[in-house]
Design a protein around this ligand. Structure first.
Ligand SMILES: Cc1cc2nc3c(=O)[nH]c(=O)nc-3n(C[C@H](O)[C@H](O)[C@H](O)COP(=O)(O)OP(=O)(O)OC[C@H]3O[C@@H](n4cnc5c(N)ncnc54)[C@H](O)[C@@H]3O)c2cc1C
Length: 347
């Protein structure tokens, strides 16, 4: 059912998840969040609403949010909202919060979520727990239990926001799987007019592209990551070239990032990104617990390391004990041979 905002009443409360779009296409994290939100809404016996601020997302795509778990979609779309600008998005989000009074608001810990949510939390005089790994409902009170690693990952802390609403949290992308699409699910698509947007003001940060999204690390099926075993920054070209030839995204250990060999958005692990590709290949990476935290949901893990006792080898599905500077060129040679054969077969 599609309704204009002024045509319908609106039950207060409920669980909200923030959908994300880029140039009119919904991002995968929008569906991952719905899986988290569905569980919470069912426990509370309340509605799950997916909120979309953006431009150009078609109604049939909004329906996909319903088919993957939302009871309703609240969409505010217009040219002024095409790209994420923190102040503008916060202005729209806060108006929605004040009008509809959600009990819980979840966003993904993407560049957008990490920028928007703290700003919106302050404007709404409420708390925010970033990078939650677990979310649950406290029996008796109905409060949101927001669990995340603390003190360098040594303990898991559970945080509550008992006195303020909404209870706000971000969740790492790829830390939950979207629910299967249910073509029979129906729900409400509420088209909310864009309010007069503020002009001027201090732009906290605007992206014409989501930096994280543009790298594709969290969405990639194949990730090739390099670590300190590459010895120096110039050698990272080996990783980039290999990734390029295979259509893979480039990742890195924190050590490689700290040394300035590659930028932070490529970092995988506890203080970087969580990835869940079909295949992860770690080259010259020892497998420290903080790095493993970011790769453990990969379907297949491949390790290339000269040390036969490397921790990454122990958890890998395929462990190649060897010098990266010999293994990578050999791998490329064999891939080129295979590509040559395939090209010849197609002639
Ligand atoms: C609070 C906190 C948060 C952290 N967050 C993260 C995070 O998000 N991500 C992260 O990655 N780390 C994180 N770390 C750091 C982490 O503990 C490790 O220090 C880091 O992962 C090590 O990076 P590395 O594997 O590249 O280097 P090393 O541990 O030094 O491993 C290098 C590996 O390369 C191998 N090698 C050497 N030469 C070759 C060769 N020629 N060919 C093949 N292999 C070779 C070695 O055998 C070794 O196993 C965090 C640490 C803390 C305390």
């Amino acid at each position: 059912m599609i309704v204009q905002a002024q045509d319908a009443g609106h039950p207060a409360g409920g669980v909200w998840t923030l959908a994300e779009q880029f140039e009119g296409k919904l991002k995968g994290v929008s569906f991952e969040l719905l899986a988290r939100g569905r569980k919470l809404a069912d426990t509370l016996g309340t509605r799950l609403v997916s909120v979309l601020i953006g431009d150009g997302v078609k109604e049939e795509d909004l329906m996909a949010l319903i088919r993957r778990g939302a009871d309703a979609v609240y969409a505010v779309q217009g040219p002024g909202l095409k790209y994420f600008v923190c102040e503008t998005y916060e202005f729209v989000l806060t108006r929605l919060i004040r009008e509809y009074k959600p009990s819980i608001l979840l966003a993904a810990a993407t560049s957008t979520g990490r920028t928007l949510m703290p700003y919106a939390a302050i404007k709404n005089h409420t708390g925010l727990t970033a990078d939650c790994t677990e979310l649950d409902i406290e029996e008796g009170t109905g409060n949101l239990l927001q669990t995340r690693p603390a003190i360098g990952g040594n303990i898991m802390a559970t945080i509550k926001t008992p006195n303020h609403r909404p209870q706000m949290a971000t969740v790492r992308p790829k830390s939950s799987r979207p629910l299967p699409e249910d073509p029979k699910r129906t729900g409400e698509i509420r088209l909310i007019p864009v309010p007069p947007l503020p002009s001027g003001g201090t732009l906290v940060r605007g992206y014409s592209r989501d930096e994280a999204g543009s790298l594709g690390l969290e969405e990639a099926d194949l990730v090739i990551a390099g670590g300190r075993g590459l010895k120096k920054g110039e050698n990272f070209t080996l990783i980039r070239d290999l990734a390029h030839s295979l259509g893979a995204a480039v990742g890195a250990s924190r050590d490689a990032v700290d040394r300035g060999w590659i930028s932070y958005p490529h970092q995988i692990g506890l203080s970087g990104k969580t990835i869940s590709p079909k295949v992860y290949i770690g080259i010259g990476i020892s497998g420290a617990i903080q790095h493993l935290a970011g790769i453990k949901t990969s379907e297949t893990i491949v390790s290339i390391n000269s040390d036969p006792d490397a921790t990454l080898h122990k958890i890998a599905d395929l462990a190649i004990v060897g010098d990266a500077f010999q293994v990578i060129p050999e791998l490329r040679k064999r891939l080129d041979e295979r590509k040559g054969k395939t090209d010849a077969e197609h002639l």
